[in-house]
Ligand binder design. Structure first.
Ligand code: NAP
Length: 474
């Protein structure tokens, strides 16, 4: 693993396996708690030693790391596809997005700025002037999930370094290799020693050490709610960024473009085998369009090719582990027992679970109100926009929602009444660019990512006020 500028091993190791065939593809160090502690101490020392890391140097390092990923694009894509569950086509897309995330981070490093303050707006504060600027926060602990093993790491490392922070990454145990490759890119780019570390090992075993260390000033976490709750409990009085899960709704109204809505929702439901925080899980279709939408949706779902991740022709790979496919199978079976109907799919083969379309799902089923995080989508007939919005909101999550309509009034109604972090009009919930503010409300998270917004979260304002001896006027 990459610790304070050196590649180090540990006494203990763990295997990284390809979920498709359980082949061991790498053996990775398992960090001890002592190692985590000393890496954070070292990151703090490095941060203090370079009291101001010049912005032009931050830009150069991040740009060169992006160049490195670009030059080794296929190696990055292959690693993502091998250790995770994405197809090679999806993995190439993720590697390209990570390059963009880094390039945007380099650009945004120029724009870490404040503004002047008119202190003389307050009686008694005449003859004062000043400003605030944004100061790096210190050591950021970045904890990342398996489903975008490169780009979600880039979304933390890029902004953290752009802001001038030191960052210690703990990638998911099942997918640590993409993060280690990214460390290779930053090492080649000459990131200052100690400003980046990638520590590998179990989140449950190392998490408390990592998030409660006093030198860590912010924990930037992306993952599930239960780990998020534990981190919030252990971190204490620290800044927290939480990008959590959802069960995203999409509303399709009678005035929607049917073909466009089906194409987007099928892709949004089954991309990355549904292991996607903004993946489409609940589709509310207005009554007149329901039959046609359902027929076409099932037809398109049947066309998806499931199989070998590394084949150019595969649309959907396995889930990350067989146990995850078993969980998905169990939730679907529970729904069927409660009265749900399987319109397509519903079968498991090892870690593979068929793209599955359900109807008549009672709202009391986990597959409806929890995050399924698998290739399962629910279609539900709705009488009106208002009814659909009420149902969409009636869960604990609120990350993204989509609405398909040709009416600006309907779109605005949804924008104003859906309780989520983002509403995509005429796109599914799965639409995102890396520049936009990204994050959720309710149990879906705290704070926002999206490079410029992450930089805001990873810096703190410092106010400067000059009291002048001469009268001050502008
Ligand atoms: P996870 O099980 O919560 O794990 C995420 C990360 O947290 C892993 O690195 C994990 O380490 C670590 N971790 C686990 N327990 C911890 C603890 N007590 N203290 C500190 N770290 C701990 O999530 P996942 O299964 O990898 O990812 C799926 C989840 O991520 C879904 O809920 C999905 O919606 C969410 N997600 C959200 C976004 C977003 O931007 N909103 C994006 C992608 C994914 P180990 O791997 O060692 O357990």
């Amino acid at each position: 693993m990459y610790a304070l500028g050196d590649w180090v091993s540990q006494e203990e190791t763990f295997d990284v396996m390809d979920p498709q065939n359980n082949e061991v593809i790498a053996v990775v160090p398992k960090a001890s708690k002592e190692t985590v502690r000393s890496i954070i101490d070292g990151a703090e020392e490095a941060f203090k030693a370079i009291s101001s890391w010049p912005v032009h140097e931050r830009i150069r390092v991040i740009q060169q790391a992006a160049d490195y990923v670009e030059q080794h694009h296929e190696r990055f894509a292959y690693t993502i596809a091998r250790e995770g569950s994405k197809t090679i086509t999806e993995a190439r897309g993720e590697a390209s997005r990570a390059i963009q995330t880094l390039r945007i981070s380099a650009e945004e490093a120029r724009r870490v700025k404040g503004e002047t303050i008119n202190f003389d707006q307050r009686e008694g504060s005449e003859n004062r002037t000043g400003y605030y600027f944004r100061f790096p926060i210190g050591v950021v602990a970045a904890i990342t999930p398996f489903n975008d093993p490169l780009n979600l790491v880039a979304h933390k490392v890029g902004p953290a370094l752009a802001a001038g922070n030191a960052v210690v990454v703990k990638p998911a145990t099942v997918t640590p290799l993409s993060a280690l490759l990214l460390a290779e890119a930053f090492d080649a780019a000459g990131v200052p020693r100690g400003f980046l570390s990638v520590v590998t090992g179990s989140g449950r075993e190392l998490g408390d050490e990592l998030v409660s260390h006093p030198a860590v000033k912010m924990v930037s976490f992306t993952g599930g709610s239960s780990a998020g709750d534990r981190i919030a409990e252990k971190a204490g009085r620290k800044k927290l960024g939480m990008e959590l899960g959802s069960n995203s709704p999409v509303i399709v109204l009678n005035d929607a473009d049917l073909h466009d809505a089906v194409k987007s929702t099928v892709s949004g439901a089954f991309a990355a085998a549904g292991q996607n925080c903004i993946g489409v899980q609940r589709v509310f279709i207005q009554d007149e369009l329901y039959e046609d939408f359902t027929d076409l949706f099932v037809e398109r779902t049947k066309e998806l090719q499931t199989g070998d991740k590394l084949s150019e022709w595969t649309d959907m790979g396995p889930l990350i582990q067989e146990s995850e496919a078993e969980r998905v199978e169990q939730w679907v079976n529970e729904a069927v027992e409660a009265g749900a109907v399987i319109l397509q799919g519903g079968k498991r083969n090892g870690a593979f679970y068929e793209p599955t379309v359900l109807a008549n799902v009672p709202h009391s089923c986990r597959v409806y109100y929890e995050e399924i995080f698998g290739p399962v989508v629910i279609l539900e007939k709705t009488a009106s926009l208002q009814e659909a919005v009420t149902a969409a909101n009636d869960v604990d999550y609120g990350l993204h929602a989509g609405i398909f309509t040709s009416s600006i009034d309907h779109a605005f109604y949804a924008v104003h009444h859906l309780h989520v972090g983002g509403v995509m009009v005429n796109d599914s919930s799965d639409y995102r660019i890396d520049e936009m503010p990204f994050g959720g409300v309710k149990q879906s998270g705290l704070g926002r990512e999206g490079v410029a917004h992450a930089i805001q979260e990873m810096t703190e304002p410092r106010v400067v006020c000059f009291k002048l001896t001469q009268p001050w006027s502008v």
